[in-house]
Write a protein of this length. Sequence first.
Length: 465
Amino acid sequence: MNIISKRIIKVLLLFCIMYLGLILHLSYIEAFKVDEIINNPYNKRLWIKEDNILRGKILDRNKVILADNYENVDKTRKYPFGNMYSHIIGYSFKEYGKSGLEKSFNKVLLGFDKSPIEKVRDTIIGRNNKGNNLILTIDHEIQSYMEKRMKGKKGAVVAMNPKTGEIYGLVSKPDFNPNEIVENWKAIANNENSPLLNRATQGLYTPGSVFKLVTGTSALNYDLEPKYFCEGQTTIDGFILKDYKNIAHKEVDMRKALTYSCNVAFAQMGLDLGYDKIKKTAEKYMFNKDIHFDIATKNSVFPIDRQMSKVDLGSLSIGQGKLLVTPINMAMVTSAIGNDGDIMRPYLVKEITDSKNRIIELTQPKRLANATNGYNAKELTNMMMDVVQFGTGKKAKISGVKVAGKTGTAQTNSKSHDWFVGFAPADNPKVTVVVVLENEGKGGGVSAAPIARDILKNALNVLNE
């Protein structure tokens, strides 16, 4: 074979390799990147298509319209309740893209998710210019009350059905008016209080004592029967760890330790359990994992450090240190305790309907994991009832209703983040509520518990109507 023939073969071989690489690259894009490309806010083809489609409506569980379109040439999106749903529904405008459900369910709202047969059928009958509607799990009455109760605060609230994962309400403060995105984008985007941040799903907070539910679960899972003596403080490798106001709780078992949120007992409990066991329990509760929610979320963080010092492990066991959790994840943790240890996937979209209001898709509750057994979950529930009845959560009491809860006061470089998590009725939970008040600095039992109480009471009344 002469030199020219060899060169021709090499060139042909090179072209074959390049062609194969191109095919593989296109296949990868088709399999894994197509949705990202289609939904890219800079995709001009998408906007051209959207100009010819009437975007679907978004409604609450009782068919209250939460997002609709103006009857103008541009079919501009309108949000009847302004700020109230800014972090759930988000916004959809050419100039500034999309957020919330408007972003994650964009293809559905435009009808782009239809099969080829459906598209042909719609073209024939002249129904190809209308998108699909979203029916949410949200209850407008519950959401409205949560919004009212969080007025002037900074933080987040989540109300959830512990047995199904349905989200009844989700509020993040501060917020913004999606109707004013075009006019006030710079002011909203540059606001130092970050109103565009959904604190309920993307806010990562030090959990403080609400994490003691995880440490307590771990102790029960591994048959630890802790009994400690609390003198108001303890020393771990030279570091002094204190209880609130140095209160000495004397002899405590886990029930008493949780009731009065004893730091000394839970720090020692964590040391007795060890890093691996607490980490395993936290990950059962979806720390370090994607929860696959309907809108953008961040993963809660349990630090990966098998060589963690005793000081850091003791701090971690009471919810301090490098732990970070989202309010939505804390709602899942709390709900699991009220649901025999089963963690349900939280969801916002209950139904998808077409423009004739026919159901296309109905969301079914999905169990994500199991954090503990039913017996242990009941034990924790009883302890949480004591927290509200006798301990740090007294301000969450509701007359005639058994409430199970846990307070938290997370120390930060500034004022503390104040938490309350709980569910009611404790013996047959219908609603879980999680409240976090950012840099409130008063203590979860003082500031967050009364808000949670009022929201629980309102939600139970609404759901029982």
